[in-house]
Design a protein around this ligand. Structure first.
Ligand SMILES: C[S@@+](CC[C@H](N)C(=O)[O-])C[C@H]1O[C@@H](n2cnc3c(N)ncnc32)[C@H](O)[C@@H]1O
Length: 225
């Protein structure tokens, strides 16, 4: 393993705002913070927002700055990527940001029933040929329904037409409510939304920057039950 990665892992271990349960711990029992993220971790009651597969946590940190009245948790399996977001949140003194290093398959062991207000899925792997593994598959939607409050919402921002179309199909099949949908964020959505919403859509993740440089179109859909 590279020296850089090791030093990032070491720094993660010193951060109070990074939670890293071992696989064995989560196999044996649910996370002690499950159902208690606001009282036990953030020490304040506020809407709880997750970014799943957060990578460097650009949405987690960016939203936390734009909307300080909410609590944000970035979830990713890769410690070196989480470190990027955790380091930035630390440098910017953001008390409303946390990171959880775990596999997304474990979310029901980490978040309680109706504990979450919003979920962001940012440039998730489209899992070509493996629909079951997509983060908007029926399996994941059922998990989100469990942890989201009634009226809670899911945001998907993606460069993948496959994942975007698949998600629209799932929304229709599950008779979910679409709040917003655009096949082209920058050409079609931006001109018709408020400056506050534009600021949210203008947050660029690491992968989004890569795809924009390649000239890809960005898609967005916001939906819930
Ligand atoms: C394509 S990257 C997108 C990262 C970031 N959201 C961005 O836009 O830059 C997908 C991310 O999902 C994470 N990931 C993939 N499978 C995962 C899993 N099963 N559990 C948690 N994170 C996972 C990867 O580590 C990676 O950071």
């Amino acid at each position: 393993m590279g020296k850089n990665k090791l030093s990032r892992f070491a720094e993660n271990a010193t951060f109070d705002h990074v939670v890293q349960p071992s696989f064995a711990e989560l196999q044996a029992a649910e996370l002690p913070l499950r159902g208690k993220w606001n009282s036990g971790f953030f020490k304040r009651d506020a809407p709880l927002v997750l970014e799943l597969g957060c990578g460097g946590g650009e949405y987690t940190v960016g939203l936390a700055q734009l909307r300080p009245g909410k609590n944000y948790i970035g979830v990713d399996i890769k410690g070196a990527r989480i470190w990027r977001g955790a380091r930035t949140a630390h440098e910017r003194g953001l008390a409303n940001v946390g990171f959880l290093r775990t596999h997304v398959d474990h979310i029901l062991r980490c978040f309680g029933k109706h504990e979450v207000d919003e979920i962001w899925l940012t440039f998730s792997d489209p899992q070509i040929g493996k629909a079951r593994k997509r983060l908007t598959s029926p399996l994941f939607l059922a998990r989100y329904k469990e942890i989201l409050k009634p009226g809670g919402i899911i945001h998907l921002k993606t460069d993948s037409p496959l994942l975007y179309e698949y998600t629209l199909e799932q929304i229709a099949e599950h008779k979910l409510r679409t709040e917003e949908s655009s096949a082209d964020v920058y050409a079609e959505l931006m001109p018709r939304i408020s400056p506050e919403e534009q600021a949210v859509m203008n947050i660029r993740t690491y992968y989004e920057r890569l795809w924009l440089e390649e000239g890809r179109t960005i898609h967005y859909v916001r939906f819930g039950w």
